[in-house]
Design a protein around this ligand. Structure first.
Ligand SMILES: C[S@@+](CC[C@H](N)C(=O)[O-])C[C@H]1O[C@@H](n2cnc3c(N)ncnc32)[C@H](O)[C@@H]1O
Length: 187
């Protein structure tokens, strides 16, 4: 058997494989997208495009630093619920809501967005990857009431037809917003 240094190549390859595997496992297996915040002008446009109204309930699935929740509560006078996997982001968003006196309108659930009951939502916002949207789609179909709007930043929900598509340019990058409406229940 060929050797490099003291360990045979096969053993070295095995160690490298194990190290790579454990690095990958440090990422939560249900992580559907990395934390990349939506720029503020895009947030406003998303909520406008989804026609979020005062006292409606918005769910931001994978809410990151809560920026969509705060705009929904402060500018649109809505109730906003975030779901977030990262305990660190949940803590900082909850603290910010308390500091701003918005704890009655902004809340964050720590956990997997695929496991949360989203049926109270009037608007759902997402900024996930296209294949993550595929994993979420059955929950949207099963749980959302007819007329609920789903607004997605940059990633379409495959096979669904948006009733509105908007483009927003921020710092020379064009962001696309897709808005869907849940159809009436089939008889
Ligand atoms: C692209 S960021 C979007 C953040 C925020 N919605 C925004 O638009 O600014 C995606 C967020 O989803 C969170 N996330 C990924 N998978 C998740 C899951 N299964 N459950 C809850 N949050 C998740 C990530 O931690 C990250 O904060």
């Amino acid at each position: 058997m060929r050797t490099v240094g003291v360990l045979p190549i096969a053993v070295q390859a095995l160690l490298l494989f194990a190290a790579t595997l454990s690095a990958q496992q440090r990422v939560h297996p249900d992580n559907l997208a990395p934390f990349v915040p939506t720029p503020e002008p895009v947030v406003e446009k998303m909520l406008e495009a989804a026609e979020l109204k005062p006292d409606e309930t918005l769910y931001d699935l994978g809410c990151g630093d809560g920026r969509i929740l705060f705009v929904a509560a402060q500018k649109f006078m809505a109730k906003a619920v975030g779901v977030e996997l990262s305990a660190r982001l949940v803590k900082s968003t909850t603290e910010k809501a308390e500091k701003l006196g918005l704890a009655d309108r902004v809340s964050v659930v720590e956990g997997n967005l695929l496991d949360v009951d989203i049926s109270p939502a009037d608007v759902v916002s997402i900024y996930l990857l296209r294949l993550s949207n595929e994993r979420l789609k059955p929950n949207l179909k099963k749980q959302l009431k007819p007329g609920t709007r789903v607004v997605s930043h940059d990633y379409e929900i495959m096979g669904w037809k948006p009733y509105r598509t908007e483009k927003v340019s921020v710092h020379q990058r064009t962001h696309t917003i897709y808005v869907y409406k849940m159809p009436p229940v089939e008889q």
